[in-house]
Design a protein around this ligand. Structure first.
Ligand SMILES: Nc1ncnc2c1ncn2[C@@H]1O[C@@H]2COP(=O)(O)O[C@H]3[C@@H](O)[C@H](n4cnc5c(N)ncnc54)O[C@@H]3COP(=O)(O)O[C@H]2[C@H]1O
Ligand SMILES: Nc1ncnc2c1ncn2[C@@H]1O[C@@H]2COP(=O)(O)O[C@H]3[C@@H](O)[C@H](n4cnc5c(N)ncnc54)O[C@@H]3COP(=O)(O)O[C@H]2[C@H]1O
Lengths: 141, 141
């Protein structure tokens, strides 16, 4: 896909590596996950297991919904439920080696794409910002 | 900016009109805002005043931070604080008539751009999805 490759420069810089990606563990409780999301400010972050495999995605609306009853939000239940019970398991992800074309396809409907290696170990994410920064530089020439 | 105009087809379809945009009023209390955000699932939404002027942006992390103390989250305080007290007033917005070039500039660092008319009345938003859908169609030809 020549246009795509022309549009996005510096493909090596695209990956936000795992050590820069905010994430939680699937066995964390929701109060911990809520605190992480509140502190980092990202709306959706990956969920990993204890072997660094990608298991799901967690967001604040999902957490609040999990403790919302008919009349009230039951915040005291946050330390009773684990992330794995409510995480979204439908993840936009690609296994290495990936094509830029697949990234572009995913970011049309997903704010970021998760990257795993051949063994399924989480490597990092590629974000819409990363793609748009590369594209905008070309568009301004 | 010829490349930009070539890249994004159907510019008339880009605007998500005001009646399709989830928003809250600046005099709403935080418990109402939290409920709206939980129900619609969007991470950040516009805040309007009673004359439909754009006043700010509200997100869940901002709401949770506003009631988080040293040791605990004080959820009971949600009905004591108004949206206007904590909303983000730094808004990526454009006044009509706007150039596509300005939209492209904004979406590099903002997930959406808010559009207001000459009188400052909120008209709707343009999202990264909208831009990327138009771009991807071209890139696949
Ligand atoms: N702390 C910050 N500093 C500067 N700009 C910020 C920011 N937090 C958010 N933004 C801006 O808001 C966009 C949407 O962020 P959101 O958290 O909803 O959605 C994010 C989040 O769900 C995820 N993400 C990005 N970076 C992450 C990281 N380091 N760790 C975990 N998740 C990340 O990827 C999505 C898309 O990110 P993208 O950069 O394309 O788009 C970001 C970026 O343009
Ligand atoms: N209900 C849903 N159905 C389908 N896809 C969904 C969805 N909710 C979120 N997404 C996907 O996740 C992206 C990030 O959504 P977020 O709510 O963080 O960030 C959103 C949200 O802050 C705002 N936004 C979008 N549509 C909105 C609306 N109708 N009302 C209020 N805010 C909206 O613009 C940002 C960027 O939106 P964008 O569409 O580019 O990107 C969306 C879209 O690709």
């Amino acid at each position: 896909l020549k246009i795509a490759e022309m549009l996005v420069e510096n493909q090596d810089d695209l990956l936000v590596p795992v050590n820069q990606v905010a994430h939680v563990r699937e066995d964390n409780k929701l109060d911990h996950a809520l605190l992480v999301l509140t502190n980092v400010g990202f709306s959706v972050i990956p969920v990993l297991d204890n072997q660094s495999q990608l298991k799901g995605l967690i967001s604040m609306p999902a957490i609040i919904r999990a403790v919302t009853g008919i009349k009230d939000i039951h915040f005291e239940k946050l330390n009773e439920i684990e992330v794995r019970d409510i995480m979204d398991t439908e993840i936009a992800s690609l296994r290495e080696p990936y094509e830029l074309e697949d990234i572009l396809h995913h970011v049309v409907s997903n704010a970021f794409v998760s990257i795993v290696n051949k063994e399924g170990i989480f490597q990092g994410i590629i974000t819409r910002s990363g793609i748009l920064k590369g594209t905008n530089r070309i568009a301004h020439e």
